[in-house]
Write a protein that binds this ligand. Structure first.
Ligand code: SF4
Ligand code: SF4
Length: 222
């Protein structure tokens, strides 16, 4: 799931102050699950903006709407009327959602209301951790399903670095050493032999390709 967090109200006021009629547009998928951009947050942010706007002498007229997914044109269509009748859109989607709206409404200012952080999972109530950097060439099968790219602070593919103390990461002592986890996991599934292989440097060209990466599934083309 894509994990994001809300921008602060003072920052949003700065971004929006040139506009009067604003649509606060939520997204009902990833950012709703991480309590950043769903229907509830649309309501909270809209109320906060109305109050903070008044304090600053700004007359915001704010509409609220949440669609299922902002990164999908089928769902964006459901917001067409609300987008058209407002001067600007404050999108509470992830970075992809904001850009999807902006691409479709080329004459409409569309602003990001969230800071998109990473691909992660919910560890416990209110705590999400990064699990994947979308590197484009997944090596999880080599590491027992534990990603050294995101979970080792030094991104070491042939670890450990030797700095770990009592199972903790040298760089981030608040986190377990990813290589300790990889070792334990490979041992548990009977694949410790994998550690004898020297992994070649990762081919980052599939993640840093000099431009946006594109995935085309021929079997999904009409
Ligand atoms: S190896 Fe790459 S694609 Fe696989 S989990 Fe790690 S960052 Fe994500
Ligand atoms: S202590 Fe472990 S997780 Fe931290 S940088 Fe070294 S190998 Fe990576």
């Amino acid at each position: 799931m894509i994990v994001a967090e809300r921008k602060s109200i003072p920052e949003l006021i700065d971004i929006l102050q040139a506009h009067n009629r604003i649509l606060v547009l939520g997204c009902g998928t990833c950012v709703a699950v991480c309590l950043a951009g769903g229907e509830r947050e649309v309501s909270i942010i809209s109320s906060a903006l109305r109050i903070a706007g008044k304090v600053k002498g700004l007359t915001f007229k704010i509409d609220e709407l949440t669609i299922e997914r902002q990164c999908d044109n089928v769902f964006i269509e459901q917001a067409a009327e609300a987008i058209e009748k407002n001067e600007a859109v404050l999108s509470l989607g992830c970075g992809a959602g904001v850009q999807a709206i902006a691409e479709r409404y080329v004459n409409k200012p569309v602003y990001a209301g969230l800071n998109t952080k990473f691909l992660g999972i919910l560890e416990e109530r209110g705590v999400w951790t990064e699990k994947c950097a979308a590197c484009g060439a997944c090596v999880l099968h080599e590491y027992g399903g534990i990603c050294p790219v995101t979970r080792c602070a030094k991104r070491i593919l042939n670890g450990p670095c030797g700095g770990s103390r009592e199972d903790r990461c040298e760089v981030r002592p608040d986190r377990p050493c990813a290589w300790q986890l990889i070792y334990q996991r490979l041992k548990a599934i009977g694949q410790l032999d994998r550690l004898k292989q020297i992994e070649l440097p990762k081919n980052w060209s599939s993640s840093l390709n000099g431009g946006p990466r594109v995935l085309i599934r021929e079997d999904h083309r009409i």
